[in-house]
Design a protein around this ligand. Structure first.
Ligand code: CIR
Length: 253
């Protein structure tokens, strides 16, 4: 059961965050209030939320998910693939060490963004993307196997991260869209297809019985509710301008 989450306040420099979109820079004040509402939603799901201060050295530092993978057995500090993000891990290390006895790291030449890691049931899928290379994925698989866990790679074509276009709920229910609709790796799952114009809603989180989804995707919401999941939507439009989704804004454990 998930009991805690780590978040980091957006910094002023968020206006310079990396993006592939043409939606313009986020509005700092709006990002702050959306982030506060996101944090409240995590609390309302029963989590104790550890709030880290803004870090002006790293425009993308509010996307804490990418710098670590927190498993029941150990924590793995990643080595983010974007040069401007690689050193975000340094500030996160003491925080993770406070909560985990076993802390592993991904080393060069490995690159790994944890936004590329999807836990589906008991297995970790690792997207090979512009941010995660084979060396990073192989290091992770070998760490997981030392702790009795499993992982395998999935090649990505167009999306930034694996979880940009898919998500896992429970009991084999997997949300898929775009390039993920015909991946042989995912045929064992009950695939729930989202319309391509609402693909961003596949990045959602099931926390203690509630699915947190981004606001503004009415079809996706209906589809998930029709599967019997209670849904809470959160407006994260400022983070979507810089390629952020629901999962990116927290580390859960
Ligand atoms: C980046 O390009 O790294 C950020 N602007 C977005 C990170 C999104 N993180 C995630 O999907 N886990």
């Amino acid at each position: 059961m998930i009991t805690q989450a780590i978040v980091r306040k957006p910094c002023h420099a968020i206006i310079n965050a990396l993006t592939t979109s043409d939606m313009g820079p986020p509005d700092y004040q709006a990002a702050l209030s959306q982030h506060a509402a996101y944090t409240d939603a995590l609390r309302n799901c029963g989590l104790n939320v550890i709030e880290l201060p803004a870090d002006e050295n790293f425009p993308d530092s509010t996307f804490v998910e990418d710098v670590a993978l927190l498993t029941p057995q150990c924590a793995i500090l990643t080595r983010p693939g974007a040069p401007s993000r690689t050193a975000e891990v340094i500030a996160m290390t003491p925080v993770i060490q406070e909560y985990y006895e076993s802390v592993e790291i991904i080393d060069a030449p490995g690159m790994l963004d944890a936004g590329d890691i999807l836990l589906a049931g008991e297995h970790y899928y690792i997207g090979l993307s512009g941010r995660t290379n084979r060396a990073g994925a192989e290091q992770l698989i070998s760490i997981l196997s030392r702790y009795g866990m499993t992982g395998s790679v999935v090649r990505l074509n167009t999306v930034l991260h694996l979880k940009t276009g898919m998500g896992y709920l429970d009991n084999g229910d997997m949300l898929v869209s775009g390039e993920f609709t015909d991946k042989p790796e995912f045929t064992p799952f009950h695939q729930i297809h989202l319309p391509s114009e609402e693909a961003a809603a596949a990045n959602c989180l099931l926390i203690n019985g509630t699915v947190l989804m981004p606001e503004g995707y009415p079809c996706a919401r209906q589809i998930v509710e029709a599967q019997g999941y209670p849904v809470k939507t959160i407006d994260i439009s400022e983070f979507e301008k810089i390629d952020g989704g629901i999962s990116c804004l927290s580390l859960r454990f």
